[in-house]
Design a binder for this molecule. Structure first.
Ligand code: PHE
Length: 465
């Protein structure tokens, strides 16, 4: 059995695949607009604190659970003699399903924009509403994206996931550096940097804190078993703590660079940075147009290629979570498991696909049951799925994984696993901090924020404001 399971061929392969999972639309599309909505640098500070102090320890626990058991997000809990806790893995698989269902829709937009930019169609930004409402067109882009994802995952760990990450991640970093260097030469770049880097702490309120936390979990692919799954393909001699630190740094680094690149672009055209979800799709094409026909096409195409590559390594990891479960636990051959799951998730994503202007049935329904507020145009079905899966399930999953690792599996076992490939771990300050974080910090902070988020998002009750 164990021999049949895939394994990453090297530490680099694992780190690139896991960082590829982490770096995605969350970093390049969502992070900048969350910064724009959340008041700039104050949001950035909250996000960084959550990533390093809270998420990094949870990440080591997730990877350790995966590597120890060499099983998928659900099976891992059976292997640790805790079948009752396998609901954490099931919740994770549900989250992965929901996230991929709408994530693929946005990935399809990104891919569609590569085509539009190549054709020099900068005007697309002004027709973003029509573009996303054209469900046949964006649905087809989404279908191509899902099929590409499935194709990669069907080739397994080394030949599929690892190989794709080794190609896509370096390309992504090169494109990013080129675009960043270029954006910093634009007039107005300094204003962009100021907005982005100088915090105004008076802007921190409840919603900024929830979004920063949800964003930290989402961006690091935490709380849904993606890293349990990837960890299950990791070799025993690898140092988990160091790898997790590198993955966190790469993820945060790329989100940070994305903002550093984007705000100069936006401010150079005197546009407001609070464009919400449309910041990238509405504002940027206009910015690219002003760069002139040739430079515009090159920069625009590069940018949306970057966004598509980032999304692809993430959709791959989102699909691998349910696939690993079906393959391990139900003994379904990988290829069949991959294509069936991908089709199912695509179908589950159809309401999200349609909720961006093609029909208002879903939004009306949510208004009737009292979830979406009347007149709030951004309360689409897709936004709602995001609230449930990203803002609620992921931090909940993270909290449960911490509690499980600290009190059920037990800290000593976690430490023992983390010490494999890391001789000086036991007794180090890192061990003390990780144990403190998963035993006290994560359970307490995450349960408080969980309650506040649920009250705010689903009952419109705002306790901190
Ligand atoms: N981390 C990815 C991003 O930032 C999204 C993701 C979430 C991927 C959860 C896998 C699991 O875009």
């Amino acid at each position: 059995m164990a021999a049949e399971r895939g394994e990453f061929s090297s530490r680099l392969g694992f780190i690139l695949a896991a960082a590829g999972s982490a770096v995605g639309l969350g970093n390049i599309w969502k992070f900048p607009f969350e910064v724009g909505n959340g008041g700039g640098a104050a949001f950035v500070v909250m996000y960084l604190l959550f990533c390093f102090l809270l998420c990094f320890p949870v990440m080591t626990a997730e990877i350790a659970i995966g590597r120890k058991t060499r099983r998928n997000a659900v099976g891992a809990f059976y292997s640790l003699n805790s079948p009752a806790w396998s609901f954490i893995g099931k919740l994770g698989i549900l989250s992965g399903f929901l996230i991929l269902s709408f994530y693929n829709v946005v990935a399809g937009w990104a891919f569609g924009y590569v085509v539009e930019m190549l054709a020099g169609n900068f005007d697309i930004g002004n027709h973003f509403g029509d573009f996303v409402a054209d469900w046949i067109k964006v649905g087809s882009y989404g279908l191509v994206f899902m099929a590409t994802t499935a194709y990669i995952v069907s080739h397994g760990i080394q030949k599929g996931i690892e190989r794709a990450a080794k190609l896509l991640m370096p390309s992504l970093i090169i494109i990013m550096v080129v675009l960043l260097a270029y954006s910093l030469t634009l007039d107005g770049a300094m204003d962009g940097l100021k907005f982005y880097l100088v915090p105004d702490f008076s802007k921190i309120n409840g919603p900024v804190v929830y979004s920063a936390l949800g964003q930290a979990f989402f961006s690091l692919s935490l709380g849904m078993g993606a890293l349990i799954t990837y960890g299950s393909y990791l070799n025993r001699d690898q140092n988990i703590v160091q790898s997790a630190a590198l993955i966190t740094l790469m993820d945060v680094g790329i989100a940070f660079l994305a903002g550093l690149m984007l705000f100069p672009f936006v401010f150079s055209q005197g546009v407001e940075p609070t464009g919400g979800a449309g910041l990238i799709f509405v504002t940027l094409p206009g910015v690219f147009e002003n760069l002139g026909p040739v430079v515009g096409v090159v920069v625009g195409t590069l940018f949306f290629t970057l966004l598509s590559f980032a999304a692809l390594t993430s959709t791959v990891s989102l699909l691998e979570v349910p696939v690993a479960y079906v393959v391990d636990e139900h003994k379904v051959p990988r290829t069949r498991a991959v294509w069936l799951t991908a089709i199912l998730i695509f179908v589950v994503g159809i309401p999200s696909l349609l909720s961006n202007g093609a029909t208002s049935i879903f939004t009306n329904f949510m208004q009737i049951i009292g979830i979406a507020q009347e007149g709030a145009t951004d309360h689409s079905f897709m936004t709602f799925v995001g609230w449930v899966a990203n803002d609620t399930f992921l931090p909940l999953g993270g909290m449960l994984i911490s509690i499980f690792a600290a009190y059920i599996w037990k800290k000593e076992n976690l430490s023992e696993e983390l010490a494999q490939g890391n001789e000086n771990y036991i007794g180090s300050y890192t061990e003390k901090y990780i144990n403190f974080a998963i035993s006290y910090l994560a359970p307490v902070v995450l349960s408080i924020i969980f309650v506040l988020t649920v009250l705010n998002r689903f009952f419109n009750i705002q306790l901190i404001g």
